[in-house]
Ligand binder design. Structure first.
Ligand code: FIX
Ligand code: ZN
Length: 416
């Protein structure tokens, strides 16, 4: 039955977007078997690196003094500085309050101790259930780094699959610091040298294949600097073309490239010390053109890359754009990017991922983005209705299912 007017349209769009169960294609969360690697609770929310960067807008203490504080002391300082002494309307601060509110806590009381008490009575396992229920996320893709000692131990000794958590093989150290990590592959039994000779390349392919299979990785991923280029006379470019892409093709999994991060421009801030730079869209074009049987998921960190990325996505069926990454994950820019993508690419996009590092963040990152994406969808359907096009509830539910998960799975399973 066609939707009659804009009031009904608004209600149908809001219901569809509110009810859709989400596949979150990129997070830093971990399944419960990874134990303390999964961060959760109000002190982890308050010490999220986004808020660390913001607290140092006000606080003049030496960075190391902050890092020497306990997690609780850091959270107390951030709470006082960003929430009590200043209004918490930045997106990262607002997010903390959205989480507390959705948990049924009274943010009007501004009572951090009370919020801590709420979490004190919870186990991680029951809280994972609760957060997935409230956030409407049905599965989250992890970021799994075989070069992380804690993580590697779990994969070899205690990994226990949880259908709500999918794995992605993260290969930044291999691609961005080969000269520092080749010896680790050697220690692990791979017959490699620093020189990328045929034997070394073959062994890197074996390393990638073994880990992708061990993890049942749904894609391989890497974050890359603005200067990232292929082709290039660099170990990164050679390993991508000679190892990563052949293994991804053999396993029929995408390579996710997250382009534009300038690592540690302020090292004292540690995770909060990264910045952004405009990347090369030429490299994305080169890879999609020269590797038509590989699949590429791409997100770029610079706002200035967004339009050209949308145009290039129009040209290649082996390219999928995803998310409003990191410094772009703010209402004003999510709105701008989503409108641009819907106008250039229609339904064939993955409009958002959470990048959540703290479990609770699934609640706010998706609550905030659902509303924005619903607003843009409403405008687009309204434009259609004004042409005389008849829209059905089933059309909207179909599109929303694709945007919030099916496009991802169809792309992961697509055989080129
Ligand atoms: O490379 C990445 O996966 C980035 O998302 C992270 O390094 C970054 O710290 C982050 O969490 C941004 O939201
Ligand atoms: Zn990330």
């Amino acid at each position: 039955m066609a939707i009659k007017g804009v009031e009904e349209l608004r209600a149908v769009v809001d219901t569809a977007v509110t009810e859709v169960k989400i596949t979150d294609v990129h997070t830093h969360l971990y399944a419960p078997c990874f134990g303390d690697m999964l961060l959760w609770g109000v002190d982890e929310l308050l010490t999220y690196h986004y808020l660390v960067a913001e607290v140092f807008r006000w606080v003049d203490m030496p960075y190391q003094d902050f890092w020497n504080m306990s997690k609780k002391e850091q959270a107390d300082l951030i709470w006082k500085t960003l929430f009590i002494d200043n209004s918490p309307y930045s997106e990262a601060c607002r997010g903390v309050l959205t989480v507390l509110n959705k948990l049924g806590l009274d943010t009007g009381k501004r009572d951090l101790e009370a919020y801590r008490q709420y979490f004190a009575g919870k186990t991680m396992e029951e809280y994972v259930d609760q957060v997935f229920e409230i956030s409407g996320v049905k599965e989250a893709v992890m970021t799994n780094d075989p070069f992380d000692d804690n993580e590697r131990k779990v994969w070899f000794e205690s990994y226990k699959a949880d259908p709500r958590f999918e794995a992605a093989l993260r290969i930044d150290p291999l691609l961005n610091t080969w000269d520092q990590v080749w010896t680790r592959l050697k220690e692990w039994g791979y017959n490699v040298e620093e020189e990328l000779n045929p034997t070394t390349l073959k062994e890197i392919r074996r390393f990638l294949s073994e880990w992708a299979n061990r993890m049942q990785a749904v894609y391989m991923a890497v974050s890359l600097p603005p200067t990232f280029e292929v082709p290039e006379n660099s170990s990164r470019a050679v390993i991508i073309e000679e190892c990563v892409l052949p293994v991804c093709r053999e396993l029929n999994i995408p390579l996710a490239m997250m382009i534009g991060v300038k690592k540690l421009i302020n090292p004292g801030l540690i995770l909060a010390g990264d910045s952004v730079g405009k990347g090369s869209i030429d490299t994305v074009e080169y890879l999609c053109t020269n590797y038509p049987y590989n699949k590429f998921m791409v997100t770029m960190l610079s706002r200035e890359n967004q339009h050209e990325l949308c145009v290039v996505v129009r040209k290649f069926r082996n390219l999928m754009v995803f998310g409003c990454w990191w410094f772009l994950n703010n209402p004003s820019i999510i709105d701008e990017m989503t409108r641009m993508r819907f106008e250039l690419l229609g339904v064939s996009v993955i409009p958002q991922h959470s990048d959540a590092r703290v479990l609770d963040q699934l609640i706010y990152k998706w609550a905030h983005s659902r509303r924005i994406i619903a607003d843009v969808l409403f405008d687009k359907y309204k434009d259609l209705m004004e042409t005389g096009w008849k829209i059905d509830k089933s059309d909207i539910r179909r599109d929303v299912e694709k945007l919030f998960g099916q496009n991802f799975w169809d792309f992961v399973n697509k055989k080129l």
